[in-house]
Ligand binder design. Structure first.
Ligand SMILES: [Zn+2]
Length: 218
């Protein structure tokens, strides 16, 4: 029998932790002084005076933000727990809200993710979901790829294929440029394993993500 559970990351208190190597992390190659130099040039190119008081420290501030944004969190490795009572249980974790940067326009997007998976003796440390999401958000992204990467990382961590992820995104490139649609949201779904082949399971997941799993909208 399949049972459902909606859990928040903070409620983790399960079983025995087993170390789980995450995907190899990209090494940050941000050349901070060069970025600051380029921001200064950008200010000049858009008709500003980088010497005026309000802009004096802007290049170094912006460069420092880029370095922080693009540096992966070393603690983002997924922790796996053994939980012998968890058999074929649908676990849905919602409320994973992260900021990323659209690679087409270099403008922020807020991504609200829900992750579902079937626990078969292995349960992910719930507090790690947010960090995994944060790590894939901390780079130039598109929402579709973020959704897939999150699903694949969870599948690796649980050592099984039964994972589904939905993401609802608000993109500033849609809100403040182009069509300027303030309320526009983009939704993406990645379903694998039994979430792809079992319509009932898929429906249960989608229902949980739009009700108890964090609201389903930003
Ligand atoms: Zn964009």
């Amino acid at each position: 029998m399949t049972t459902n559970a909606v859990r928040r990351p903070e409620t983790a208190h399960l079983g025995r932790a087993v170390s789980q190597p995450g995907e190899e992390m990209p090494v940050s190659t941000v050349n901070t002084p060069r970025v600051a130099e380029l921001v200064r040039e950008l200010l000049i190119a858009v008709g500003e005076d980088p010497q005026r008081e309000g802009l004096l420290d802007t290049p170094t501030r912006v460069a420092s933000w880029w370095r922080t944004f693009l540096s992966p969190d070393p603690s983002a490795m997924a922790t796996r727990f053994t939980e012998t009572h968890a058999s074929d249980q649908l676990v849905v974790v919602g409320g994973l809200k992260v900021w990323s940067l659209c690679e087409h326009h270099l403008l922020p997007m807020q991504l609200d993710a829900h992750v579902g998976y079937l626990a078969n003796g292995t349960v992910l440390g719930l507090s790690k979901f947010g960090r995994i999401a944060q790590r894939y958000a901390g780079r130039l992204q598109v929402q579709e790829r973020f959704t897939r990467q999150l699903a694949e990382e969870v599948a690796t961590a649980i050592a099984g294929p039964d994972v589904a992820v939905t993401v609802h995104g608000v993109h500033l490139c849609m809100s403040m440029r182009g069509v300027r649609m303030e309320g526009a949201r983009t939704s993406t779904v990645h379903a694998a394993g039994r979430f792809r082949t079992d319509p009932l399971l898929s429906q249960q997941f989608l229902t949980l993500t739009t009700t108890a799993g964090g609201g389903g909208a930003v």
